[in-house]
Ligand binder design. Structure first.
Ligand SMILES: [Cu+2]
Length: 321
């Protein structure tokens, strides 16, 4: 039976389970060590949670094809953006179900457009940033379940980050957020509505300059079809801190943002059909973004975009926009 993914701001039980699950995942040794991923310094144990951080950084560093001027990588700036993150979220959800010992747990989403409809100066006071939810901002964050504690090594710590070149590095510090510093306000409901009306899913040149649904939700294009920080990207930039980096899954809010993006994609497919482009007739320079190309993960078997188009037996959303 499909699990139901719910709005974190409206479901305290799911919210509490999510927090507990993240903490369990963060403290579970994956059996892998930092040196296996080419991270310099003494070999350290990598938590299961941090495997998702490493996976995301590695995917960002893998340009598809190598050296392409559009900066397309194996998870972003191209069609595979939505399926790639769907695979990541499904594996994250499975791991949370396992550690929570609850097969009915569904990953919650953050409907950030609800907060984006508030005046900008009120957005950082929204329920999601309460001490009983994701906690607030700071360097380090000092409130909520992921607050930094100097004296308690089992409290939430960022252990894997990136250097200025985007390469993986070992660190040991608190979580960082800076709301509204790099962008004034979150996306609004009207922006979501406009994005959902767009088709096709994606189009040539399959990059950050195309005015397609995928590129709009990923957030390289604004409502006027102009290059801008928008929707998914805007949420990353507004939250700031960890969320600005390739290691952005370090902030548990990453998964709530992506779950909402996945929800928008699901909504789009209920209107436009479970269709995806490009197919396998596309050239080898789109390898990694075509419908039957594998999406590889260090956490499970690979999946293809085609396999992600209908997941209705695995999960559904309590409400679609
Ligand atoms: Cu990503």
């Amino acid at each position: 039976m499909a699990v139901v993914r719910k709005n974190i701001s409206q479901n305290a039980d799911v919210r509490d389970q999510y927090i507990q699950g993240v903490q369990l995942l963060k403290n579970e040794a994956s059996g892998r060590k930092t040196n296996e991923f080419g991270i310099p310094g003494a070999a350290r144990s990598v938590s299961t949670y941090d495997l998702f951080v490493i996976w995301h950084v590695t995917a960002m560093m893998l340009e598809t094809p190598p050296g392409n001027p559009a900066g397309r990588n194996s998870a972003h700036r191209g069609p595979v953006f939505a399926p790639w993150h769907r695979v990541m979220l499904m594996l994250f959800e499975q791991n949370l179900q396992r550690l929570l010992n609850d097969a009915n747990f569904g990953l919650p989403y953050w409907d950030w457009a609800e907060d984006g409809d508030l005046p900008p100066q009120q957005q950082s006071a929204a329920a999601i940033w309460g001490a009983d939810c994701m906690g607030g901002q700071g360097n380090p964050v000092t409130t909520g379940p992921f607050a930094f504690s100097q004296s308690d090594p089992s409290a939430f710590r960022v252990r894997i980050s990136t250097n200025i070149s985007g390469e993986l590095r070992s660190v040991n510090r608190g979580l960082r957020r800076a709301f509204g510093v790099s962008a004034d306000a979150l996306p609004r409901t009207a922006h979501v509505t406009h994005a959902l009306a767009l088709s096709p899913y994606d189009s040539p040149d399959w990059d950050a300059d195309t005015n397609s649904f995928r590129n709009r939700i990923e957030g390289w294009m604004n409502d006027e079809g102009v290059s801008a920080t928008w929707l998914h990207n805007l949420v990353h930039v507004w939250v700031g801190g960890e969320m600005l980096l390739g290691s952005s899954p370090n902030d548990p809010v990453f998964f709530l943002n992506h779950c909402n993006i996945d929800r928008l994609w699901e909504s789009w497919m209920t209107r436009n059909g479970r269709v995806y482009v490009p197919d396998m007739t596309a050239g080898a320079d789109l390898k990694g973004h075509r419908i039957d190309d594998p999406i590889n993960s260090p956490l499970g078997r690979s999946a293809t975009p085609r396999e992600t188009l209908d997941v209705s037996e695995i999960y559904e959303y309590d409400a679609l926009p």
